[in-house]
Design a protein around this ligand. Sequence first.
Ligand code: DAT
Ligand code: MG
Length: 230
Amino acid sequence: MFARSFVRAARPAAASMKARAFSTASRATASASSRMATFATAGAVAAGAATYAFYSNAQSPIFADAKPIAGVKGTFSERTFIAIKPDGVQRGLIAKIIARFEERGYKLVGMKAIFPSKELAEQHYADLKSKPFFNGLVDYMTNQKAPVIAMVWEGKDVIRQGRAMIGATNPLDAAPGTIRGQYCQVVGRNIIHGSDSYESAEKEISLWFSGASELLEWTPANAEWLHSDN
Ligand code: DAT
Ligand code: MG
């Protein structure tokens, strides 16, 4: 589906209103120390060196060009940030995880393999900073034993449905049919991340993706069959 290209990215991964709350210095550090292998369309790759114009309106959703970066909540354009963590990659589960979202009819609009910097991982998990497992969590995400597969999926209710498909944080509490319930046993190695709210999706997509250049507008040929109702 995606033209395959590798890009050394030395640019900020975040440029949104909320991301601007993070210091420019730490974003620059995060980018410089992140090694990214980007899978994107040729167009996105070509635009990779471009600057990214983000702005927000009075209601303050984060915009990537004309569209909110997390789409419009409750519509087919809603977006969530999904990441296959290094253990999911090491265990060869990338295709199986992607297949679940694809087969559900969700649309892949952004995807890259990335060794996240410490700063990026810390920003991503900022709400867990006080937890005793925080340093271990950041190390596991950043020790470069395997990349993270960062993705943005789009579709109706995809944020809530994504969480349901992933299952409970502790795999032992996750229903057997969920991703965590099928593939893992330990909370610290639960293979996948998914945004837990629209606000989280905005923050996380902004953090991991450079907006319009890496998030792609396209129409699946089966869209009518997926979206029509009676
Ligand atoms: P989730 O990933 O389901 O949104 P979270 O945001 O509470 O869960 O935690 C983020 C990640 O931190 C989680 O996927 C795995 C890790 N984690 C959470 N609780 C943990 C614990 N008690 N011990 C070790 N790692 C934990
Ligand atoms: Mg969480």
